[in-house]
Design a protein around this ligand. Structure first.
Ligand code: MCA
Ligand code: AMP
Length: 482
């Protein structure tokens, strides 16, 4: 396999690579800084990275990947329970972090390496590394239990980024802007490793704001990546933002992903700017599966066509593949191809269950296909998976955290539509003491502190009992209907 990032060694050294606020690195500087970090990784097999939206995170991940060391990106807002699970499951040898970060207790004795973007070293040669070697372990929620670590090999990263380059004519001349977190595939693989593989540059906003997007797109950035919540906030800001209108109108590509972009937001942006946002569809386990191509029709409500190398089929309840592209027959999306992960770490049971006997990955997403092959996602198989702000959140994980609160006797969690977040997390709680039920602030703080702030409930309902069927199973549909 060729190098993951050829531009680190082959391209002009003075070409801009990374920009986080006031701090930036050229390819020459990044190669040197990553070389210095890589020099400190001798003997390490797997490292955790404290993935703040900062230059150090990008340097740390680049260094580890070039050195052939697997990266476990950590959400720096993870609560103790979530962090404890990820650390014991992935057992990293070291933690890479920006200097000065105060780290929470579960990181305890893990040896710490402070990343210095100004350090100088010699970059290792990664051209002979095995494409099947694990590059990243990204934790992703399921319907029940704690998050699972998806093991993503080097070839999946190279394949997906090259397929997107083909679909979007993405080149080293592109300057990408985004404000996505760096501990998930969207912001890390697509948003950071993507520009580096192309030899282009990324400008990270640190924190997403419509003003930041306008500033960067008006200042030379060409492509924007975001989750639908970000596009919703852009749509809201457009009526009072002539600079933003100009910025979006002038961009080469506006790309949304991680959840469905509501047609209403799509149309508002199109009406105000004359530009259509295009969608692509992926998963932590599969990286990218489909995309609306740069030269294709940006049809609202569709995620485009399968990317080069990706086999995609729809399968009916009885396992029979859907054969008609009629825009109506619904089936589960199953995919196969070099973009897929290898396994869930330490979870052979879950890995086996995720694939069919002939190697198709079951996405759990339900879709139809139009006559010309465009895929439209219409729903999800599991009601216990919630997409909020583009984050996938398992209901079971939050229920377990709520049950650990002394004021909670029983708990059920559902998602309900939210114009900004797509879905918001709703907790249905039977209090231990009906006279003193724990309120929203209390329970939100409890979940945020144990798991992560984006997993906190936004609404809490108190009930005398949860609706259950004859088997004792909670009837969530009855809850959502009120
Ligand atoms: C509020 N906050 C709290 C609490 N209440 N913190 C602790 N305890 C509480 N009780 C804080 C939050 O931490 C945050 O702090 C601030 O209040 C506001 O938070 P919030 O309302 O939750 O949202 P937001 O900050 O406005 O976030 C919206 C967002 C975010 C920016 C759109 O949801 C986001 O970044 N989404 C991206 C998700 C993503 O990348 N998904 C990719 C996975 P503070 O202000 O300090 O931060 S999917 C994927 O990778 C696949 C492959 C794909 O297809 O892409
Ligand atoms: P995650 O496991 O966090 O990587 O999230 C993957 C899930 O996000 C997929 O299974 C889909 O349900 C959803 N998703 C990603 N992109 C899109 C999109 N463009 N439209 C609708 N859903 C999407």
């Amino acid at each position: 396999m060729s190098s993951l990032f050829p531009a680190l060694t082959d391209g002009p050294a003075d070409r801009p690579a990374l920009c986080f606020g006031e701090r930036s690195l050229t390819y020459g500087e990044l190669a040197s800084a990553a070389g210095a970090v890589a020099g400190g990784l001798t003997g390490a097999r797997r490292v955790a990275v404290w993935a703040t939206p900062a230059l150090e995170t990008a340097v740390a991940v680049t260094a580890a990947l070039v050195a052939g060391v697997t990266v476990v990106p950590l959400n720096p807002k993870s609560g103790e329970k979530e962090l404890g699970h990820i650390l014991s499951d992935s057992a990293p040898d070291l933690l890479l972090t920006a200097p000065g970060e105060e780290l929470p207790a579960p990181l305890g004795d893990l040896p710490r390496v402070d990343v210095d973007p100004a350090a100088r070293g010699v970059l290792p040669d990664d051209r002979e590394r095995d494409p099947e070697d694990p590059a990243l372990i990204v934790y992703t929620s399921g319907t029940t239990g704690p998050p699972k670590g998806a093991v993503i090999p080097r070839r999946a990263i190279a394949t997906t980024l090259d397929a997107l380059a083909d679909a979007w004519r993405w080149t080293g001349d592109d300057v990408l802007v985004h404000g996505l977190p760096l501990f998930h595939v969207h912001g890390l693989v697509l948003g950071t490793l993507g520009p580096l593989r192309r030899g282009g540059s990324v400008r990270h906003l640190g924190r997403f704001t419509p003003e930041g997007v306008a500033r960067e797109l008006n200042g030379g950035a060409t492509v924007l990546f975001g989750v639908p919540t970000m596009y919703h906030r852009l749509a809201e800001a457009l009526p009072d933002g002539p600079e933003l209108v100009k910025a979006l109108a002038g961009a080469r590509l506006l790309v949304s992903g991680s959840a469905a972009l509501p047609v209403h937001d799509h149309e508002r942006i199109a009406a105000a700017t004359g530009r259509r946002v295009i969608e692509r569809y992926g998963m932590t386990e599969t990286l990218m599966n489909t995309a609306v191509r740069a030269d294709g029709e940006a049809r609202p409500g569709t995620v485009g066509v399968p990317l080069p190398g990706v086999e995609l089929r729809l399968v009916e309840e009885d396992g029979a593949p859907v054969t008609s592209y009629d825009g109506e027959t619904v089936g589960e999306i199953q995919v196969r191809g070099p973009n897929l992960f290898t396994e869930y770490l330490n979870r052979p049971d879950a890995t086996t269950a995720a694939f069919t006997a002939d190697g198709w990955f079951r996405t759990g997403d339900m879709a139809v296909r139009d006559a010309d092959g465009y895929v439209r996602i219409v729903g999800r198989k599991a009601t216990d998976l919630i997409k909020s702000g583009g984050y996938k959140i398992g209901a079971g994980e939050i229920e377990n955290a709520l049950l650990e609160h002394p004021g909670v006797r029983e708990a059920a969690v559902t998602g309900e539509p939210d114009a900004d977040l797509g879905e918001r997390i709703v907790a249905w709680v039977v209090p231990a003491d009906p006279q003193a039920p724990p309120g929203l602030e209390e329970l939100a703080g409890h979940v945020a502190g144990r798991l992560a702030p984006h997993k906190r409930p936004r609404v809490v309902h108190h009930l005398d009992a949860l609706p259950r069927n004859d088997m004792g199973k909670i009837m969530k549909r009855a809850l959502s209907r009120g």
